[in-house]
Write a protein that binds this ligand. Structure first.
Ligand code: COA
Length: 263
């Protein structure tokens, strides 16, 4: 079920690869819009997005200290990302508070909350949820459609992924490459906070099913405590301008049962 708040309009877009249009990406002129359950079923994940039209929202002191030395553009995206996250937390019934960044840039969420933030030109978003027996971590990523240059395919893709790309025309292939990149970024944001590991693009194989709005992520190497060949399923949404990917790590995974939680 998808619910939208604010002055939202639903804008179905034709997928580039045939099949039914995606009806479940909600875009809006309103400063903020959100949908729940549509992106990451079956958990109650709330994803809030902004097109950067709203005025900048104030930061907490710890956030300001972290970002004040950065460029104006970076400060703006950081601030809008925090605004999206706070809106989501409010919808979960949580009081407003700071969301600091850790030494690896990962957001430090309030107690028992999991979440993820992403920003790119024209769209910024945050997904948040209560950590529970079915949900251990979230990763979300937003990219502009066709943002990733084909020159980068060798760096980003495994041979199987490159073979899949070669089945498309050049424009579609660039869309598909951006989708793989985005899925890997979402995967990293989901698994880095849980494993504490920094890993490269070759750590995971992505299979994208555009018409189903899903992708499968298969580990190519152990990321302790997760074993090699461990599989996760993510969601992918395309709008006219952006690709959004999101993935969750279920819990309790037998390997994760005794792991300390980040907060
Ligand atoms: C962090 C990263 C994944 C995305 O950063 P980006 O290109 O700036 O793109 P986005 O805007 O989508 O995401 C940035 C947000 O991700 C979140 N993030 C950053 N590092 C993170 C981490 N280690 N764990 C979880 N979330 C993280 C932050 O919220 C950050 O926004 P903020 O600094 O304003 O809070 C990327 O820069 C990176 O470090 N990648 C590592 C290598 C990699 O991608 N490997 C792929 C393995 S499959």
């Amino acid at each position: 079920m998808i619910q939208a708040a604010g002055n939202c309009q639903k804008r179905p877009t034709a997928p580039p690869f045939g099949g039914e249009p995606f009806n479940n990406v909600i875009l809006a002129r309103a400063p903020m819009f959100w949908f729940e359950k549509g992106l990451l079923p079956p958990h109650r994940v709330i994803a809030c997005f902004s097109d950067y039209q709203e005025p900048a929202t104030p930061l907490y002191e710890v956030e300001r200290a972290y970002i004040s030395g950065s460029s104006k553009v970076r400060q703006r995206e950081f601030s809008v990302g925090r605004a999206c996250a706070r809106r989501g937390l409010a919808l979960l019934g949580r009081a407003a508070g700071a969301i600091p960044s850790d030494a690896y840039r990962a957001p430090v969420w309030p107690h028992a909350i999991v979440g993820s933030i992403s920003h790119c030109r024209g769209l910024c978003g945050a997904a948040v949820a209560q950590r529970n027996e079915a949900l251990n971590s979230i990763g979300m990523d937003i990219e502009e459609r066709r943002a990733v240059s084909p020159d980068l395919a060798d760096m980003i893709c495994l041979p199987e992924e490159r073979a899949w790309l070669s089945s498309f025309s050049s424009v579609q292939s660039r869309d598909a490459l951006t989708a793989i990149f985005s899925a890997k970024e979402a995967f990293y944001k989901c698994l880095h906070p849980v494993t504490g590991l920094i890993f490269g693009f070759d750590a995971v194989l992505i299979d994208v099913d555009f018409s189903g709005g899903r992708f499968r992520a298969t580990l190519q190497t152990p990321l302790p405590p997760l074993p090699a060949t461990y599989r996760m399923t993510g969601e992918i949404r395309l709008s006219d301008d952006h690709v959004i990917t999101a993935i969750t790590l279920p819990a309790p995974h037998p390997c994760l049962a005794d792991r300390p939680k980040s907060s």
